[in-house]
Ligand binder design. Structure first.
Ligand SMILES: Nc1ncnc2c1ncn2[C@@H]1O[C@H](COP(=O)(O)OP(=O)(O)OP(=O)(O)O)[C@@H](O)[C@H]1O
Ligand SMILES: [Mg+2]
Length: 252
């Protein structure tokens, strides 16, 4: 089995606070893996460790078989160019127009001309149901949901092999969320892209996941398939899915 992402015994603390306490997980080519867990449990930190933005204390992260911590700068950049990332909060460049935001990696990473990059970027904006009329607006001119879709268009602009989505549907209306979920499914099922997503959105979780991991107190305390989400007797998963205020999450 070829894994695009391999994580072995990953640990990360900030001061005396242990955030990741031995995480291991593998993601196969074309698989959509979703990490769930309460707020502040380290989901975003896990993503940043995979991307090499946060240095783990110990453990190994491999992308396409290569250890991220051992990559030279050039190799790391080349690997990251093949990864599309939708950061929690969007993280668009405020001083750049929508089209320049989406084109950024195409121009500065792949060296395309502004004209070539714009053509691709307009296609990607259409793919996330955004009208080309917004191309020359600035992020501050857009609603939160539109900003999120621009960030998503930027994440898929370079036809990545792996996409990372940190809360792709948070703050979006149900219809736009549905569009984004469909797009994620399309990326994995039709285009064969592997995806690692983080979400609190149960509809999204059910729709986009092949496999799911539940992060709690620094460990992946449950892993299962999309089907197992409904059938499992694990009380943590049951409480998470039902949103029940009473259960193991709130008892300790
Ligand atoms: N650079 C940092 N320095 C110190 N502490 C940090 C840093 N980054 C994250 N943390 C801490 O690590 C913990 C996990 O943060 P993280 O952002 O990964 O949570 P999360 O699971 O993504 O939460 P949410 O669902 O709210 O986005 C938090 O307690 C946070 O304060
Ligand atoms: Mg987070």
């Amino acid at each position: 089995m070829k894994f695009v992402i391999e994580i072995k015994d990953l640990k990360k603390s900030f001061g005396s606070k242990t955030v990741l306490d031995g995480i291991s997980l593998n993601i196969s080519a074309g698989e959509s893996y979703v990490v769930i867990g309460g707020s502040g449990t380290g989901k975003s930190v896990l993503l940043k460790c995979i991307l090499g933005l946060v240095k783990p204390d110990s453990g190994v992260v491999k992308i396409n078989g290569k250890v991220v911590g051992e990559m030279r700068q050039k190799e790391r950049l080349q690997t990251l160019l093949k990864c599309g990332v939708l950061y929690q909060g969007g993280a668009l460049f405020d001083s750049m127009t929508v089209i320049d935001n989406v084109s950024f990696g195409l121009v500065y990473g792949y060296g395309l001309s502004a004209k070539e990059a714009s053509k691709i970027s307009l296609e990607k904006l259409a793919a996330v149901n955004l009208d080309e009329k917004i191309a020359n607006l600035f992020p501050s001119d857009l609603s939160g949901g539109m900003q999120k879709r621009v960030a998503l268009a930027r994440a898929i602009a370079m036809n990545p092999h792996i996409i990372f989505f940190d809360e792709p549907t948070t703050g979006l209306d149900p219809i736009t969320s549905g569009t984004i979920n469909e797009l994620i499914v399309k990326c994995t099922k039709e285009l064969g892209i592997s995806a690692l997503s983080i979400t609190h959105d149960i509809n999204s979780l059910k729709q986009i996941s092949d496999r799911v991991g539940l992060l709690h107190h620094g460990k992946m305390i449950w892993e299962g398939t999309n089907m197992n989400l409904i059938t499992t007797a694990n009380p943590f998963v049951q409480q998470f899915i039902s949103g029940n205020p009473v259960g193991p999450f709130t008892n300790n």
